[in-house]
Write a protein that binds this ligand. Structure first.
Ligand SMILES: [Zn+2]
Length: 118
């Protein structure tokens, strides 16, 4: 499952950030989820909660910004948001559609919990 790979990647990214910054945990993380693979954000959220158990990112508030997939018509060049897996160009009716690639998961903001200074 694609969501599962992305959720694991996010947990790994947060672990690395915590180590690098010497933080005690992760308060919240904001991600942009979307692109060409039709990611299910609710499934992603559940998997993230599951995979983060026992890690520094357990209990992290996950803020998801959903980015719609974008497609481009190879015939007339117009871009649009496809609503199913076999998109048809709304301008010219062509089925020669190219899905515009963008990263599925972008980490926009990580808010770390820093250990209290003595
Ligand atoms: Zn077109």
């Amino acid at each position: 499952m694609h969501e599962s790979q992305l959720a694991r990647k996010l947990v790994a990214t947060l672990e690395a950030a915590v180590k690098e910054q010497g933080a005690s945990g992760v308060k919240s993380v904001k991600v942009r989820l979307g692109g060409v693979h039709w990611v299910d954000s609710e499934a992603f959220r559940e998997l993230f909660t599951l995979f983060s158990q026992g890690t520094a990112s357990e209990g992290t508030e996950l803020i998801i910004e959903e980015a719609p997939p974008e497609a481009k018509c190879s015939q007339c060049g117009s871009t649009f948001t496809p609503h199913d897996h076999e998109p048809v160009c709304p301008q010219c009716g062509s089925r020669e559609i190219e899905l515009v690639a963008e990263p599925d998961l972008q980490v926009l903001e990580i808010s770390l919990l820093m250990p209290t200074l003595q």
